[in-house]
Design a binder for this molecule. Structure first.
Ligand code: HEC
Ligand code: HEC
Length: 334
């Protein structure tokens, strides 16, 4: 399928970009993602186990992967996540893919990095509904984990710092290089079709790239949702103002990465845009004051779909069994 597109389009694409020496990297406001360099494989492996381990939750049923499903672009594809006791979350779950590239974590940036972020969901009563004390007690009671933490961190007692450190080390490996757009950025003229390239040109020239730029095509600034015209939503999230307390930051959200955006529907902090077509239409009108024709919209959508990179190859981890004195799951108590 891809090959056919490329073949059909190759002639025109080459003609369009004739000024570009074939094979030379392109200078664009978006840069390619490089593959993760794994410095400490044992720590990453431990972090992966924790990411998939539902015993970090009070119910024993919810893991990080429940809401950041690595088989579904690192998200849950729900408008708002389902947490402990089937509670409806208050905001859309962003992808964990490439989240290491973000300026800060969460829609309002309230956690400065992945380590700080990872402690949040474990103790959030709406999400995993445990406490740091209980989660650490559970892990300390499991001989397999005690041995593995000791091997990685060189100390006997597990604390929340090692837990969040290992989770962050794993998350740092969740990058998605080698998308077709990156292949094009690196100089492969045939990587994009004419339509996709037209979509990128429109994305760049109409101003999307002012906010969605850099390696992650976003993730590096906070911007007003509804810059030109106000965004209507029932969602209560205030955005960055919740962190800074400044009125000027009301409705400023972290610009989401557009990497793998074809996989991470629905869109926006309230999950109200079900499709990319809708999201592009809203962005055009509310951020740029521009109504795209159906053709233009389709071109941009075609470009956005080229941002899907190689997904992390995950071998499902085997988790060490609980011991007799491991605190038991409590799915139905608060
Ligand atoms: C019940 C669903 C749920 C669970 C379980 C969950 N998350 Fe999340 N996660 C969310 C939601 C919703 C947000 C956005 C919250 C916000 O911005 O206020 C989020 C945000 C994040 C972010 C920030 C991404 C960004 O771009 O800002 C990271 C990283 C993350 N979660 C990792 C984790 C890890 C690690 C775990 C396990 C310890 C975990 N999550 C468990 C739903 C969940
Ligand atoms: C002024 C900055 C700005 C401009 C310009 C802008 N965006 Fe956005 N974009 C944002 C912000 C902020 C959000 C998150 C808004 C929210 O969730 O409330 C967003 C969200 C998105 C999303 C949804 C991503 C997700 O995971 O939820 C898509 C798709 C998107 N933008 C595409 C575009 C396109 C296409 C253009 C050009 C037509 C564009 N954006 C122009 C700031 C901008």
């Amino acid at each position: 399928m891809r090959k056919k597109h490329a073949m059909l389009a190759a002639g025109v694409v080459i003609a369009l970009w004739a000024g570009q020496a074939s094979g030379a990297p392109r200078q664009e406001p978006i840069q390619p993602i490089e593959a993760a360099v794994i410095k400490d494989p044992a720590k990453v492996e431990l972090g992966k186990k924790l990411f998939f381990d539902p015993r970090l939750s009070r119910s024993g049923a919810i893991s990080c992967n429940s809401c950041h499903n690595l088989g579904m672009g690192g998200s849950d594809n729900l408008k708002a996540s389902i947490g402990h006791k089937w509670q409806q979350g208050s905001i859309n779950s962003p992808t964990v893919l490439n989240s290491s590239l973000n300026i800060a974590q969460f829609w309002d940036g309230r956690a400065k990095d992945l380590r700080e972020q990872a402690g949040g969901p474990i103790a959030n009563p709406m999400e995993m509904a445990s406490t740091h004390e209980l989660a650490v007690q559970v892990l300390n009671s499991i001989p397999g984990y005690r041995a593995e933490f000791k091997q990685v961190f060189g100390k006997d007692d597990i604390t929340i710092d090692e837990v969040t450190g290992a989770l962050a080390a794993f998350e740092e490996t969740l990058v998605t290089p080698n998308s077709r757009f990156d292949q094009w950025l690196k100089g492969d003229d045939k990587a994009l079709t004419v339509k996709e390239l037209a979509g990128y040109t429109l994305f760049k020239n109409s101003g999307c790239v002012a906010c969605h730029n850099g390696v992650a095509v976003g993730g590096n600034s906070f911007q007003k949702m509804g810059l030109v015209a106000p965004y209507q939503t029932d969602n209560k999230a205030e955005g960055r103002a919740a962190v800074t307390g400044k009125d000027a930051d009301r409705f400023n959200f972290k610009v989401p990465t557009l990497r793998n955006v074809a996989l991470t529907y629905p869109y926006f902090h309230d999950g109200e845009a079900a499709t990319l077509t809708q999201a592009v239409d809203v962005m055009g009108r509310l951020q740029l004051g521009r109504t795209f024709t159906p053709d233009e919209n389709a071109q941009i959508v075609a470009f956005l779909k080229t941002l899907t990179g190689d997904q992390p190859a995950i071998q499902y981890p085997l988790l060490p069994p609980s011991a007799d004195d491991t605190p038991r799951p409590a799915p139905f108590v608060k």
